[in-house]
Design a protein around this ligand. Sequence first.
Ligand code: NDP
Length: 479
Amino acid sequence: MERLQNFIDGAYCDPVKGQYIDNYEPASGKVYSQIPNSTEEDVELAVAAAEKAFPIWSSMSTTERSAIMVKLSEGIQARMDEFVQAESRDNGKPLSLAAHVDIPRAVSNFHFFATAIVHYASESHNMEGVGVNYTLRKPIGIVGCISPWNLPLYLFSWKIAPALAAGNCVVAKPSEITPYTSYLLGKVAKEAGMPDGVLNILHGEGKFAGDAIVKHPKIKAISFTGGTATGEYIARTAAPMFKKLSLELGGKNPNIIFADCDFKEMLSTTLRSSFANQGQICLCGSRIFVERSIYDKFKEEFVKRVDGTVVAHPNNPEAKLGAVVSKPHMEKVLSYVKLAKEEGGTVLSGGERVIVEGYEDGYYLRPTVIEGLSYDCRTNQEEIFGPVVTITPFDTEEEALMMANSTKYGLSATLWTSNLKRAHRIANELDAGIVWINSWLVRDLRTPFGGMKASGVGREGGWEALRFFTEPKNVFVKY
Ligand code: NDP
């Protein structure tokens, strides 16, 4: 069986303690490879390599760094098929999704930050008659990047790319559940001419390798995407060491639908925003609020579409949903369906496992629609992170807003209306870091990305990411 390796100091290597963990294929429920269960000894090696590489990488001109990163992005593009197959196999997502979203967006992430850095300028402030201030933005040094399993390479590169572009060296850990594409990234970085030690990729469990990254005194900043509970632990651990922290955490996003929306467009986008990637996108709209006058029409047509949605093996071109990422995750999602029923909800569609012929042990779930729940019950307050949505009618704008803002989260929100005034008014009032009006998941890499409340601290994307990965230093010169 294939054994993955860590990528440290420009070379693939085995974990110091020689321990491995099984990597499952969600579509079949079978183990298909093993990955290093890295420990603090491996993190130590990665930090030493990064420390050695930092003077080289940080003193290169931005155009040289940019050229290497452009080559890296082209290297992924050139191996598109290999990356797409690997992502789909590791995660369970339909091949078509990996081919149209995950890998192309990872390519864009590297390309975007490779080119952004050459346009990145620092500020200067004139004090009339007194002097001038200017701000240097220096790389931080060694930074830690820890990412989740839902959009593996896409979110991994969303952190690594700005960190590298800004001149930092990186010690990174993808989720233990989806290691494969970041494993492949090592050789692409090498081929692109990335100096040894600049990018180090470790595999293994959060509680060992992840924790050692967070606790390492020479790692000066942590960029983390994952669950809110893990983020809280990381914040508590890193705060006394005064590390810079960027935390992109969970969500329980509202999708508010007014009667005056473009119904057809809303319906097909809502199908996607509910169930894309098996509902495992932090931006999926899992609480759907519908104006009462169109509630019955929406319910009927939405449920019909959901009932007809094909759940199949990720390689099946008909598949709209593949497998969810792991057995424990599938069980967690099903436990929430049970909870919803206990809380008085009615399952209108789905709510159960799907057995796919030939892949009986795979982790397939039917997309699920539930109604009849109060907005403040656990099902409507806690992140499920699977193909489960609830639908709830509302009578007034105020009521919709109150229910939308009622959770501890504040990542994203979607709003459907053709009333321009109302759209702006509600967007302004929503507790969300990102609001999509009459659309969903349209991404511009220049915009700030992240959430408020328990959805995170800080923002990624564009200049925000480059600011995070640099240390500002103000210099004053007297006239
Ligand atoms: P986790 O928090 O379980 O894990 C995220 C990463 O952190 C993994 O690499 C994990 O490693 C690692 N980790 C776990 N424990 C520790 C620790 N003690 N110290 C350091 N690292 C640790 O999240 P999931 O992987 O389950 O991802 C799903 C979550 O991510 C959802 O809540 C989702 O909303 C959120 N998310 C947020 C996004 C955003 O932009 N706001 C985007 C995408 C997802 P390992 O897996 O090996 O244990």
